[in-house]
Design a protein around this ligand. Sequence first.
Ligand SMILES: [Mg+2]
Length: 258
Amino acid sequence: MRFHGLLLDIDGVLAVSWEALPGAVEALARLRDEGVPFRLITNTTTKSRADLATTLRGAGFVVADEEIVTAVVATAEHLRMGHPGASVFVLSDGDATADLVGIDLVDVDDADVIVIGGACEEFTYDTMNRIFRRLMDGATLVGMHRNLFWKTADGWELDGGAYLAGLEEAADTRAAICGKPEKTYFDAGLAMLGVEADRAAMVGDDIVNDILGAQAAGLTGILVRTGKFRAGDEARDDGRPDHVLDSFADVPAFLGSP
Ligand SMILES: [Mg+2]
């Protein structure tokens, strides 16, 4: 086996709009049967870790809650360690509170720390402007991740990273990022695997956040042509994946090849 462990993205790799991609359930089962250690590492913020595991099991995957690493859980850890006791405003899709236990969640106008997660209808001008005003008054900006867009069954969706970039430019600040592509997030996944970065690979559909991020953290990057993959992602000016596969279904055979 060329790798001692794998980190796997969820959305766009295992499933799209929570429907398993063709062959993905079988491929994950085969990895488990062959004793390949893995963790699912996601920037998805629409569900708590427990709900995510339940949803994946509903889609046919055999997966335990403990095998999933989420950007929301990483954000909670970042807030506890870096901003203990801070008043925090969270703007994100889904209900993050289940994974943010112990964090003092307040309205935007009272916040010392502003957390941006996945984008949704609540990303209005009014809310963005109130966030901007808090940042101008010295509040700290935190991103659950830096995803610019994702893809659902309905098509392309603009994500929180696009708003984060605008806020950073306008307020002349730089957000701390908790999920992918931050090295500390990959390190946390590797620690759960008990595998060194140079013996691990990341499988993802996002060339920037999954692949280039993982490579910067020392892992091998395997890009799949599903989910948000676009033609040209395999040959960008800012970096290239180590390997490109048509889909996650091809991963077990790829690992077994010389
Ligand atoms: Mg993805």
